[in-house]
Design a protein around this ligand. Structure first.
Ligand code: AMP
Length: 400
C-alpha cells in the first residue's frame, strides 16, 4: 500500500509517501513559502535531498506540485498518482466531535469547519490541505488523523477546568491535549520492546520535548492525562510558549501595558518560554552552548527541566507508579543534558540512568538509557507521527 501523509500549515506543506508496513518513507519533503515570493520544495528521495523552486500561489497549487514531483521520472517514486491508495491528513484539533481517524465525506468536512474556532491557527490550514487533495485526487480516500484523538480517553476529572460548569456545557472549554500521535507511537513502541503491549497495568510517561512540548501519562495504552490543555499553551515551558502561568497575571499585564487580546496572545505564544527567560534563543542547542557563560541561558534550561520533573512526579502519582519514562521530540531524543538533569531527580522512584548510554543516545531511534537494575526503564525514542498517520489511514481504508 502507498499512503501519502500531508501536514498542511499556514504557508507550508510537509509530505511523506509511505508504505504503512515499513517505517521508512519512500519520499518526503516540505514545500515552504506558499503564497509568498520564493516558494521552494525540499524533496528527499533515495537518500538524496533536492531543492526545487517555483512560485506557488496557494495550497492547491502546492499539492499539485508535490504530486507532480512524486510521479516525476527522475525525482519520483510512483508512475502515476493513482498508485496512491489513500491520503492521511494531520489535523491538529478534533474537539469532542472526533476521537478516531475519520474518512473525509462532505458531512465530515462540515464538522471539521465547525472545529475551526478550537484551533484557529492550525485547523484552517489543515482543511486547505484536505480540500486541495479532494479536488486533485477525487477518487482517492482521504482520512483525517487528529492530534487530540489519543487523549479522548482522559477521564472527566482530569480534563475539566474548575470554571463554572455551564462554560464547559456551552463551549466545550476543557483540556484536549495535543501531540497525540507522537505520544501514542512512542508509548506503544516502548511497550512492545518491554513485552507489555497488552498489559492493562503498564504505566508509562511520554515526554515529547521539541519546540512545542507536552507530557502524557499512559496506562495500558490509554492516555489518562496530558499537560497541554484547551490550547497548546498550557503545561511545559516551550521554545516560545510560556506553559503554566497564573492566569490572573495576564489580566494584570494587559492592564499595565494596555494590551489587546492579540498582543497578549503573542506574548504567551511567541515571546515567552525558553526565549523569554534567556532573552537570546528558543533553541535548546544554542542555550546548551551558552549555559556556561550566560546565566539566563542556564536558568532557562533549569526551569525547563524542573517543569518536566514536576509533571513526571504528578503523573507518576496519577498512574500509581511508573514502569517506563520515554523522551522524544527534538530535545528529548537529542539532549543527553536535559535527560540527565530530569532523571537525576528521580532516584526516589528507583530510576537509574545508564550515563554512558545516555550520552550515546543522540538521535538514536530505540535506545534504552536506564541501567539494567533501574526500577523504571528510560528510553530515548525517535517519534514517527507520519507512520502512525499512514497506518491509521490504511486501517480506515481497509475497513471500507
Ligand atoms: P522539534 O520541534 O521536535 O523539531 O525540536 C526542536 C528542538 O530540539 C530545538 O529546541 C532544538 O534546539 C532541539 N535540539 C535538536 N537537536 C539538539 C541537540 N543535539 N541538543 C539539544 N537540543 C537539540
Amino acid at each position: 500500500m502507498k499512503i501519502l501523509v500531508v501536514n498542511a500549515g499556514s504557508s507550508s506543506i510537509k509530505y511523506q509517501l509511505l508504505d504503512p508496513d515499513d517505517s521508512g518513507p519512500l519520499a518526503k519533503g516540505t514545500l515552504e513559502k506558499i503564497g509568498q515570493p520564493g516558494s521552494f520544495l525540499t524533496h528527499t528521495v533515495r537518500g538524496e535531498k533536492h531543492r526545487l523552486e517555483r512560485d506557488v500561489l496557494d495550497h492547491s497549487a502546492g499539492i499539485e506540485w508535490v504530486l507532480q514531483v512524486l510521479a516525476d521520472p527522475e525525482l519520483g517514486v510512483i508512475r502515476d498518482v493513482r498508485e496512491i491508495d489513500a491520503v492521511g491528513h494531520r489535523m491538529v484539533h478534533g474537539g469532542e466531535k472526533f476521537y478516531k481517524p475519520t474518512l473525509v465525506t462532505p458531512e465530515v468536512m462540515d464538522v471539521l469547519v465547525e472545529c475551526i474556532p478550537l484551533a484557529p491557527l492550525h485547523n484552517p490550514h489543515n482543511i486547505k490541505g484536505i480540500e486541495a487533495c479532494r479536488r486533485i485526487l477525487p477518487d482517492t480516500p482521504q482520512v483525517v488523523v487528529f492530534d487530540t484523538a489519543f487523549h479522548a480517553t482522559i477521564p472527566k476529572h482530569a480534563y475539566l477546568y474548575a470554571l463554572p460548569y455551564d462554560l464547559y456545557e456551552k463551549h466545550r472549554f476543557r483540556r484536549y491535549g495535543f501531540h497525540g500521535t507522537s505520544h501514542y507511537y512512542v508509548s506503544r513502541e516502548v511497550a512492545k520492546h518491554m513485552g507489555r503491549e497488552d498489559d492493562p497495568d503498564f504505566r508509562v510517561i511520554t515526554c515529547h520535548l521539541g519546540n512545542g512540548g507536552s507530557i502524557t501519562a499512559v496506562k495500558g495504552g490509554k492516555s489518562i492525562d496530558t499537560s497541554m490543555g484547551y490550547t497548546p499553551v498550557e503545561g511545559l515551558i516551550m521554545g516560545t510558549r510560556c506553559g503554566d502561568v497564573d492566569p490572573y497575571l495576564f489580566i494584570q499585564i494587559m492592564e499595565i501595558y494596555d494590551l489587546d487580546t492579540r498582543q497578549v496572545s503573542n506574548l504567551m505564544n511567541k515571546f515567552s518560554g525558553l526565549l523569554g527567560i534567556s532573552g537570546v534563543s528558543n533553541d535548546m542547542r544554542t542555550l546548551e552552548e551558552l549555559m556556561d557563560t550566560d546565566e539566563r541561558a542556564r536558568l532557562a534550561i533549569e526551569m525547563f527541566c524542573y517543569r518536566v520533573l514536576k509533571y513526571v512526579g504528578a503523573y507518576t502519582a496519577a498512574l500509581g507508579g511508573l514502569d517506563a519514562l520515554v523522551f522524544t521530540g527534538g530535545i528529548g531524543t537529542n539532549s543527553p543534558l536535559v535527560r540527565r538533569i530530569v532523571c537525576s531527580n528521580l532516584g526516589y522512584l528507583g530510576l537509574k540512568l545508564d550515563e554512558e548510554a545516555n550520552e550515546r543516545g543522540v538521535g538514536n531511534k530505540t535506545l534504552r538509557i536506564s541501567a539494567p537494575d533501574s526500577k523504571v526503564e528510560v528510553w530515548a525514542y525517535l517519534t514517527n507521527e507520519e507512520l502512525v498517520i499512514a497506518q491509521q489511514a490504511a486501517e480506515v481504508v481497509a475497513s471500507l
